[in-house]
Design a protein around this ligand. Structure first.
Ligand code: KG4
Ligand code: ZN
Length: 345
């Protein structure tokens, strides 16, 4: 089965071709970073309009490179939510338009399910069950994953997401959008521990997170005195270390609580090098396995949506109906836990 994946939930247009026997046959990504940079964040209407321009040329490009034709497609998977309403509508409309014209199925996916399953694109792929640490711009969650659609929320952030904390702190340090990678780069030239920041909720005894206080603590340090470049780098390094400490500590606690031995890291912050180093070191010490998506599949991409769509379709068989002829909707707000296992649908 050949599945086309389309991701348009935010500021990246991602498309991919996933074959259930042959794996990922191709993918392409167009990032709108330059488009939004002047505004210091994503402008939803500009994002939607740009997705309209990008999706079909990118689909043509990956089909051509893979030596496939539209007629070879068996299904189109797209991100149904959560995300920006207008941006989601572009992907959903194009997916349903293609599906209707080609008389194939269209399947709407949860964006976070895509992130959650993205390490399955790598080899070796993790087997179920596993604990997933989902760290993106909008979410910071620990989930127990027993199979496709079988997700149990173990812990969540009470306020800002980890990626959001990276982005807001980067802004405080005068770094350009998108802040996460810029802050991580600045941290490389700094030393952690010279400034001290809290490790919020590390000892709370549950698996929840809170990152907004960390950002406020950075603001307090910044307001105390003028900072030279070295001090900014030291603050960035300490901030990154604080976030990594909390994420590692809670992940280890989640593995202990569930008695599972596999940790999967997903979402944009999963690209962070220090976080990976510390998780890998903890895994060696504590005797668990940790799985990461390829760096290019950590942040938003079409491959994770094509893969998730293929897995859903394989699992559910004909139970996923083609809704193309009956209209469709998008879900800008959508809890991952509301997804039901296909077997129970
Ligand atoms: O998963 P993602 O691409 O989009 C969402 O679904 O939110 O995650 C984007 C988030 C942003 O907050 C970005 O700053 C952060 O991931 N991010 C990073 C790094 N690369 C991306 N944060 C820390 N270190 C990085 N290397
Ligand atoms: Zn994402």
């Amino acid at each position: 089965m050949l599945v086309l994946g389309i991701e348009t939930s935010c500021d990246e247009t991602g498309v991919a071709l996933y074959h259930t026997e042959r794996g990922l046959l191709g993918h392409a990504l167009y990032s709108q970073v330059a488009l939004h940079a002047d505004y210091g964040g994503v402008v939803p209407e500009l994002a939607s309009r740009d997705h309209i321009r990008r999706v079909l040329p990118l689909v043509r490009e990956i089909l051509g490179k893979a030596g496939s034709a539209r007629g070879d497609l068996d299904a189109v998977a797209y991100t149904e939510g959560p995300g920006l309403a207008g941006a989601l509508l572009v992907g959903a409309s194009i997916a349903h338009g293609l599906a209707y014209a080609l008389e194939i199925r269209a399947v709407g996916l949860h964006h976070l399910e895509g992130h959650l399953l993205s390490p399955l694109l790598s080899r070796p792929a993790p087997a179920f069950p596993f604990v997933a640490l989902l760290v993106s711009g909008g979410h910071t969650q620990l989930m127990r994953v027993d199979g496709i659609g079988q997700y149990e929320l173990l812990g969540d952030t009470l306020d800002d997401a980890a990626g959001e904390a990276f982005d807001k702190t980067a802004k405080l340090l005068g770094l350009p959008y998108p802040g996460g990678p810029a802050l991580a780069e600045l941290a490389d030239s700094g030393v952690a521990g010279l400034f001290t920041l809290p490790r919020p909720m590390l000892a709370s005894g549950d698996l929840n997170f809170s990152f907004s206080g960390l950002k406020t603590a950075v603001l307090t340090v910044i307001n105390r005195r003028p900072l030279d470049e070295r001090a900014r780098a030291d603050i960035a390094a300490e901030f990154q270390a604080a976030v990594a400490d909390v994420l590692v500590g809670k992940s280890v606690a989640a593995l202990r609580r569930t008695a599972l031995k596999r940790l999967v890291v997903a979402g944009g912050v999963g690209a962070n090098r220090l976080l990976r180093e510390r998780l890998t070191a903890a895994a060696r010490r504590q005797g668990f396995d940790v799985f990461y998506p390829e760096l290019e599949f950590c942040t938003d991409n079409g491959a994770m949506i094509a893969l998730a769509g293929a897995m859903r379709l394989q699992e559910a068989g004909s139970r996923i109906e083609d809704r193309g002829s009956r209209g469709f909707t998008v879900r800008p707000r959508w809890d991952l836990e509301q997804l039901v296992a296909p077997a129970a649908a």
